[in-house]
Design a protein around this ligand. Structure first.
Ligand SMILES: Cc1ncc(COP(=O)(O)O)c(C=O)c1O
Length: 420
């Protein structure tokens, strides 16, 4: 007798759709002919194979403690958190005791910190205010959790438009929507996808406006690309360090491995609110009761002996150069003459392109298919909006391809743009 299997899925399981990030990564890996300006992989040529090898060799030298092959702790290695706290304090221009190791949790990439934060704060139907444009994996995650993203309005220069936000918040007050706003999410440095950083007056102004509307809600600043400033500067203070934000519960999410070795996935969150942090740790305990101890030990070692910073010193000019190569190839390909525009970022991994207003570069368009046909992949900008997508935008990364391939990918992209 055969017994038929019957399963049904939770609301979360049913909402989950195939992640676009996985699709883009797989497409690039499966078809080597396809040049990917899409998935945010980092540069293979500058991955720190030697530094990593030296760190592992030192950690496993005869007589070394085997503890790094054992489970670690849920919150993360104490010495690593101490080093991170000191580093954060330095970046914010304070003395080393300014940040507390106890406020940090080490996560499986900064992505996990973002997910934990949302899981413990929000229920389906809640609203999260996000940059415009914003990090598409985060936006997808919000949809998966049944949450609604609403964009913080921006002007033509990409800066936050606080007057427009003021009007929106007033309107949402009337409709009762403000009660559903549970969090704010900002990508503060060399944003994925726009490449722009929030300026200090924008950060201050946003805090003042939210406070005026009695919206002192948990705020996340995602600093994934802060270490990837081409000139090595720490940029504007984060929400952790600005007086205007002091009443807000804040989570500063960072990653040690995006600028080092993405595959190691060691991220962290610095959370100013004890209860929020504890709840994230409870859920993390349910998920994995601690991120990979060996990977943390490697990062602890390279942070402590200076090789992490030496690596940053090597990759910053390499990425600055790759950005220039992609930019120059797009100019040479005539994209500006076709009415496209973009700014040259001062850090990070992305160029954010705007095609003429009537262009549609979306995932299911003739333009996208023509690009795949021509052997080049990009991220349609429409994926990067919490609401009201601008269809004429595209994100190109200069992270992964070698310089020759960047030139060829740009040539293919411009060829499609010229023919569309
Ligand atoms: C804005 C942003 N936040 C977070 C992440 C996640 O990084 P990690 O590899 O540390 O999980 C990324 C990865 O690309 C990112 O672009």
């Amino acid at each position: 007798m055969s017994v038929s299997c019957r399963h049904s899925f939770s609301a979360l399981g049913q909402r989950a759709t195939p992640p676009i990030i996985a699709r883009l990564m797989t497409a690039a890996l499966e078809n080597p002919r396809l040049l990917s300006l899409a998935a945010g992989f980092t540069d293979n040529a500058t991955l720190p194979v030697e530094t990593f090898g030296e760190a592992v060799a030192a950690l496993t030298a005869p007589g070394a403690s085997p503890e790094l092959l054992q489970y670690g702790t849920n919150q993360g290695r104490p010495r690593l958190r101490q080093l991170l706290a000191e580093r954060l304090a330095r970046e914010e221009g304070h003395d080393p005791s300014w940040a507390e190791a106890g406020r940090l949790l080490v996560t499986n990439g900064s992505q996990q910190a973002l997910y934990l934060a949302m899981q413990v704060l929000c229920d389906p139907g809640d609203i999260v205010l996000v940059d415009r444009p914003s990090y598409f994996v985060f936006l997808e995650m919000l949809r998966g959790l049944g949450l609604e993203a609403r964009s913080l309005p921006v002007g033509a220069d990409g800066r936050l438009d606080l007057a427009a936000l003021d009007a929106k918040l007033t309107a949402w007050q009337r409709t009762g929507d403000t009660a559903r706003i549970k969090a704010v999410y900002l990508v503060g440095y060399f944003s994925n996808p726009s490449g722009r950083s929030l300026e200090v007056d924008e950060k201050r102004g946003l805090a003042r406006l939210l406070s005026a509307h009695r919206l002192v809600v948990p705020t996340i600043e995602d600093a994934a690309y802060r270490q990837m400033a081409f000139d090595g500067s720490a940029g504007a203070p984060s929400v952790l360090a600005l007086e205007e934000w002091s009443a807000f519960p804040r989570l500063y999410a960072g990653t040690l491995t995006k600028p080092f070795a993405t595959g190691l996935k060691v991220g962290y969150g610095y959370c100013t609110d004890d209860e929020w942090r504890s709840r994230m740790l409870h859920v993390k305990g349910h998920q994995d009761f601690g991120s990979a101890n060996l990977n943390q030990a490697v990062l602890e070692r390279v942070l402590g002996d200076g090789s992490f910073d030496r690596h940053l010193g090597r990759i910053r000019p390499a990425y600055a150069r790759k950005m220039q190569v992609l930019h120059a190839a797009l100019v040479e390909g005539g994209l500006q003459r076709l009415g496209w525009s973009w700014a040259q970022p001062q850090g990070g991994l992305y160029l954010w392109l705007q095609a003429p207003a009537d262009a549609d570069l979306g995932l299911d368009t003739a333009f996208y298919r023509a690009c795949v046909g021509a052997g080049v992949l990009y991220v349609p900008g429409e994926l990067c909006y919490g609401d009201v997508p601008a269809k004429n935008t595209a994100r190109l990364t200069f992270g992964v391809l070698a310089e020759e391939d960047l030139r060829e990918a740009a040539r293919r992209f411009c060829y499609v743009a010229a023919g569309s």
